[in-house]
Design a protein around this ligand. Structure first.
Ligand code: UD1
Length: 341
């Protein structure tokens, strides 16, 4: 049985990936310090798979704690590293926290890899590294643009740390650049748990429809797009989770052709904010309250993935539709407490 450490395994994408690993017979160890989630996620994972992963409440940014934890697991076949802070606005207010947390934990885990170079490593990167790309759809060889926020910078620097570390220490890694993961497990037993007012579009939509928030503000209607609103590549979180299995298997089978391989995880289809609203209303039968508002600083006009590399090299492509994502996100929202946090 292959043994995989999932850091941030109680978070949104991590928990869905833990489920897919368990369903395929992997032994899963979760490291999560609950900084942005709750221990009940373990119950959800167990309810879906019938298996409860081992969970360690450990701060991976603490070198001694990380070292002590990994010393107990010298036989890992792979590490999937989701654990990171991800709020763009907060990262502008607290840059040192973001650099310390996101890059410290990465370095600490890579110390382990330097000593165990056969261990596979998968890093959560982001399409934010492309900024406003010059060409759409965005290919993996598009230039990395100066980061708009400390959060975005941690993803760019994280990829550089992987490359430098792989060169010096002989380990290998895959960086997956996520576009916009949304939705929830179709069972509605796990999903996204944003703390406070959601900054991301889909959790705001579902909380607004549930009456927990006011109407949605659509940020900007004068962008050079079909209806004036921004375009993003929204991808179902289960599709994102499955891509990690393909990447893990590629690494375990030693099929990588470069020390650090990079793949886009998107659907290849761009949707405007107005189209997302329409998909939500179609998929759920709920009417959404919304209005146009000024642009949000830092938003790019349009970003969607070229998916060919992931299809050809990993053999993976996204299969779930935007409407499915919306229906699953809504089912998950309805399973949550009905008071706003
Ligand atoms: C954002 C981050 C990105 C990060 C990702 C992680 C920014 C600028 N980008 O992506 O770096 O990797 O989250 O989850 O913060 N929108 C509204 N009203 C809302 C919320 C969003 O109109 O209340 C619009 C936005 O303007 C955007 C689209 O919905 O056009 C998607 O927004 P969001 O879900 O926040 O994702 P990104 O901005 O693409």
């Amino acid at each position: 049985m292959k043994k995989v450490l999932v850091t941030g395994g109680l978070g949104f994408i991590g928990s869905h990936t833990a489920v897919e690993l368990l369903a395929r017979g992997y032994q899963v160890i979760v490291a999560d310090n609950l900084s942005n989630t709750r221990p009940e996620v373990l119950d959800g994972i167990e309810a879906i798979t019938g298996k409860r992963p081992i969970w360690a409440n450990v701060d991976l940014a603490d070198p001694a704690a990380c070292r002590a934890f990994l010393a107990g697991h010298p036989d890992l076949d792979g590490i999937i590293h989701f654990a990171a802070s991800k709020a763009v606005g907060e990262s502008v207010q607290k840059p040192l926290l973001y650099y310390h947390n996101n890059l410290g934990s990465l370095c600490n885990l890579l110390e382990h890899l330097a000593a165990h170079p056969k261990c596979a490593f998968i890093f959560s990167s982001s399409c934010t590294v492309y900024g406003q790309a010059d060409e759409l759809p965005i290919r993996e060889n598009a230039p990395v643009k100066p980061a708009e926020s400390p959060y975005g910078n941690t993803k760019q620097i994280g990829e550089e740390i992987l490359r430098d570390g792989a060169k010096a220490h002989g380990f290998r890694a895959i960086a997956l650049r996520y576009f916009n993961p949304i939705g929830a497990h179709p069972s509605a037993k796990i999903g996204e748990l944003p703390l406070g007012v959601p900054q991301n579009l889909v959790p705001f939509i579902t909380q607004s429809a549930a009456g927990l928030r006011g109407g949605l503000k659509v940020f900007g209607n004068d962008y050079p797009t079909a209806d004036g609103t921004c375009v993003r590549d929204y991808i179902h979180v289960v599709d994102v989770a499955l891509a990690h299995i393909y990447a893990m298997e590629r690494m375990i089978e030693g099929k990588g052709t470069e020390p650090v391989e990079v793949f886009n995880l998107g659907t290849g289809k761009g949707s405007t904010v107005v189209e997302v609203i329409a998909a939500f209303e179609r998929a759920t039968g709920k009417k959404l309250q919304w209005e146009f508002a000024p642009r949000r600083p830092g938003d790019v006009i349009a970003a969607y993935a070229d998916t060919q590399k992931a299809a050809q090299v990993l053999g993976w492509k996204a299969e779930r539709t935007l409407d499915q994502s919306m229906a699953d996100a809504w089912r998950w929202q309805q399973s949550l407490p009905t008071t706003a946090k």
